[in-house]
Design a binder for this molecule. Structure first.
Ligand SMILES: Cc1cc2nc3c(=O)[nH]c(=O)nc-3n(C[C@H](O)[C@H](O)[C@H](O)COP(=O)(O)OP(=O)(O)OC[C@H]3O[C@@H](n4cnc5c(N)ncnc54)[C@H](O)[C@@H]3O)c2cc1C
Length: 600
């Protein structure tokens, strides 16, 4: 097994050779930073992740949080990890200096988060949600609310949650029933039940700030009637001190397959007099505001899946390099020493698959984070607009591709270890269980598929799609002139043609009959995702070519050759099934659509 969290060389390759993260240093916002600061911050993240998060990953899984009717108890290491994370400034890392932040670019912060995710996805869950909740407060809350809640959320005294899901609705947010009644003092009284709320109760912080979606009494049905409320666990007095307990009760903890050290809660709001809630922004715009947090969280979920898949790959690789078993088919001598399993071609196949899924997922999420950065801080308005359009298009893929394929990397990791993969003495089974959440939360895979095909590529979409196609064409043109990359061009060019054709076919099918046209959306998401990640691998191959052309040798040359070979694997093996998927989609195959409930 390995104590490596990620491959540090790969992380730096992504940041500085594939993404050119140093270019952001030219922007006024980052005038006081340099690459040494980025590297030192990454080093700090890796150190804290290794010292405060990784050691209790297994313990937190084996000793899940408990609730005695009054108080939630977590293993004590969780609080030490929260404190270390907050003390190093990671809760406020990308915020302005004026707010006590470090003004760290988004992509560097996300790279840091990859270390924490890889070390202990469950414990970092509290920080992950708190960062998103603080961003919501910062973007949309009134000055008064911001003054009261933002500083303690950024320094770690308060944590945050996102409270959307209810027992009766998950994917269909428009049907939520939690209600808000206006009170005389301008605040609201919130009543209703929320389910699956991560980090919804614990003793890690003085207070918990729930960002709650609810419907003001008399508001319209559907998404237009939804507003966003800030509902603290404890009220906050005018001087900032902690006030009375709000009417938010923990009805119970849920017991999960993985991510066990993050509390998963059912919260009852307003069982007594009504929970005091403060309207954030304008009434009726709550879902729009919440989409900021959801979109950030979608990249975060993709990155979480990528980090777990990456850990699974590193463990499997380390095991395969040590475990002797059997001999090669050509060996006839029973007394010859056994080979290490990495020497079996079938094990190398599994490791290659893990490598393209894990490294491809990480590269995809960091690319998306660079788009977030560009959409905020690029100097040129057109560059900001284009980054936002591309990000909008790609977000469903960034959430769902790692959730499916980095999960598969975890599953394959179990297989590489054989029996040892299945037992709790080794980390693979926990990594797999932890990773299994990712295709479910923050919008299931099916919901991402409908978002991509029905909305992003639907009648109102298109801008991001054209930009994306242009980007692939430009990378293909560049690759055609590189000796090492030219082999990759044909397969990706063919995938591009297939996706363009099938997209226009499906757009016609949807225009004729939305129910039917969208019925195979998840297969389309998979097809489109393979094109996106194929392109992500081509970008890595191009950067590797540059490294080789610059005269890399020894382990550096091996690193680049590994990237090129993995890119070839992706083009040859992972893009191979595209034509069949496209045929089913393009001809409007209706087998699933026509299946009747009574025929099962
Ligand atoms: C561990 C965990 C942590 C979570 N954390 C949070 C949190 O912090 N805050 C929060 O608000 N929520 C949280 N959730 C809730 C999570 O976001 C929901 O579980 C998820 O959105 C799915 O909703 P659901 O469970 O009600 O499933 P459903 O919506 O009932 O979906 C069940 C199945 O039906 C499919 N389906 C549903 N509608 C459609 C449709 N229109 N078209 C096609 N297929 C459809 C889905 O894809 C899925 O396969 C968490 C969930 C878990 C398990």
């Amino acid at each position: 097994m390995t104590d490596q969290l990620l491959n540090d060389r790969d992380l730096r390759f992504q940041l500085y050779e594939v993404l050119d993260t140093e270019a952001v240093l030219q922007r006024p916002r980052y005038a006081e930073l340099d690459r040494a600061v980025f590297d030192a911050t990454l080093e700090t993240a890796r150190g804290i992740a290794a010292e405060f998060f990784a050691p209790h990953n297994q313990k937190g899984d084996a000793n899940e949080p408990t609730f005695d009717g009054e108080k939630v108890t977590l293993i004590p290491e969780t609080k030490a990890a929260w404190d270390a994370f907050a003390a190093a400034g990671f809760l406020a890392a990308h915020h302005d200096y004026a707010d006590g932040g470090l003004q760290l670019p988004e992509v560097v912060l996300r790279a840091c988060m990859a270390y924490f995710n890889a070390a202990n996805i469950a414990t970092v869950g509290y920080s992950f949600l708190s960062i998103g909740a603080a961003n919501l407060v910062k973007s949309f809350a009134s000055e008064e609310l911001r003054q009261h809640f933002l500083p303690p959320m950024l320094d770690g005294r308060f944590s945050g949650t996102m409270a959307l899901t209810e027992p009766g609705q998950g994917s269909a947010l428009g049907d939520l029933r939690t209600s808000a009644r206006p009170a005389a003092d301008g605040s609201y009284r919130i009543s209703g039940s929320k389910m699956f709320i991560s980090g919804g109760d614990h003793e890690l912080t003085e207070n918990i700030v729930h960002m709650v979606l609810a419907r003001i009494e008399g508001a319209a049905a559907g998404v237009k009637g939804i507003s966003l409320f800030l509902v603290p666990k404890f009220l906050v007095n005018a001087d900032g001190s902690r006030g009375a307990r709000n009417d938010v009760a923990l009805a119970g903890l849920l017991h999960k397959m993985g991510y066990r050290n993050t509390t998963s809660t059912v919260l009852n709001f307003g069982e007594k007099q009504g929970a005091v809630g403060y309207l954030v922004g304008e009434a009726g715009k709550g879902l729009g505001y919440m989409f900021q947090m959801m979109n950030e969280a979608r990249i975060g979920v993709g990155l979480g899946a990528a980090s777990l898949g990456y850990q699974s790959y590193l463990h499997a690789l380390a095991y395969a390099r040590e475990r002797p078993q059997g001999r090669l088919p050509s060996s006839k001598n029973p007394l010859a020493p056994q080979v290490r399993i990495v020497e079996h071609a079938d094990v190398r196949r599994m490791l290659l698959q893990q490598k393209v899924y894990a490294e491809g997922s990480l590269a995809l999420c960091l690319y998306a984070s660079s788009l977030v950065e560009d959409s905020h801080s690029a100097v040129d308005a057109e560059q900001r607009r284009q980054a936002a359009e591309l990000l909008d298009l790609l977000t469903p893929v960034v959430k769902s591709w790692p959730s499916r394929y980095a999960l598969l990397a975890s599953e394959i990791g179990v297989q590489v270890l054989g029996g040892s993969g299945y037992i709790r003495e080794y980390p693979l089974e926990q990594l797999y269980r932890d990773n299994r959440l990712n295709p479910i939360h923050e919008g299931t895979e099916g919901i991402q598929a409908i978002d991509l095909l029905g909305r992003k590529l639907g009648p109102r979409g298109g801008q991001g799609y054209s930009l994306f196609l242009a980007k692939i064409r430009s990378s293909l043109a560049e690759a055609a002139s590189h000796t090492h990359c030219v082999l990759l061009v044909a397969a990706l060019r063919s995938a591009l043609r297939i996706v363009e054709q099938v997209t226009s076919e499906l757009q016609k099918q949807i225009a004729a009959d939305a129910d039917r046209g969208l019925s195979n959306a998840t297969v389309y998401l998979d097809l489109f995702g393979k094109l996106v990640v194929g392109w992500i691998w081509l970008r890595q191959a191009l950067a590797a070519c540059k490294g080789l052309d610059a005269g890399a040798h020894g382990s550096e040359a091996d690193f680049y050759l590994g990237k090129l070979h993995a890119a070839r694997y992706f083009m040859d093996w992972e893009l191979a099934g595209l034509e069949d998927q496209a045929r089913l989609l393009g001809t409007g195959n209706r087998i699933c659509f026509d299946m009747q409930d009574t025929w099962f």
